[in-house]
Ligand binder design. Structure first.
Ligand SMILES: [Zn+2]
Length: 140
């Protein structure tokens, strides 16, 4: 089991899931290669990145009935995360992630939601999807 160095389970997983199945089983439901990539991203970025924090509890793994986002969101598979840079440089984080995906230094994160959907709202959506494209830019 891979556990992230930079993020605890509450930052990665909706509280309803943790309270229902416990922390151990919550870790089991996250994609290990995405978790490795989150640590690479955080280390290379060099300053704090928020995922779940305070009232924002759906930026990582979401329950099946979560009202946030799309019904078939890949967030419900443990393969998508919404990243918020503490320093507020969301556009820079987006461009940093584009370059990092192109570099081939990530294991499985290969997808970004087009910046016009999220960056002005303060976050960057990243995911692992079944594609050869690096990056795949999705428009929901
Ligand atoms: Zn997202």
């Amino acid at each position: 089991m891979y556990k992230t160095k930079y993020f605890n389970i509450r930052e990665l997983c909706h509280p309803d899931i943790i309270s229902s199945i416990g922390e151990h089983n919550s870790w089991l439901r996250l994609d290990e290669f995405c978790l490795m990539d989150l640590d690479i991203i955080r280390k290379r970025w060099g300053s704090p990145i928020y995922i779940n924090i305070d009232q924002f509890d759906s930026r990582g793994l979401r329950p099946p009935n979560d009202p946030d986002g799309a019904f078939y969101s890949i967030h419900k598979s443990g393969k998508a995360f919404d990243l918020v840079p503490k320093n507020g440089k969301t556009e820079e984080l987006y461009q940093f992630l584009v370059r990092l995906i192109i570099s081939g230094d990530l294991h499985s994160i290969n997808t970004l939601e087009h910046k016009s959907y999220t960056v002005h709202r303060g976050w960057v959506h990243i995911a692992c999807m079944n594609t050869e494209k690096r990056p795949l830019i999705i428009k929901p």
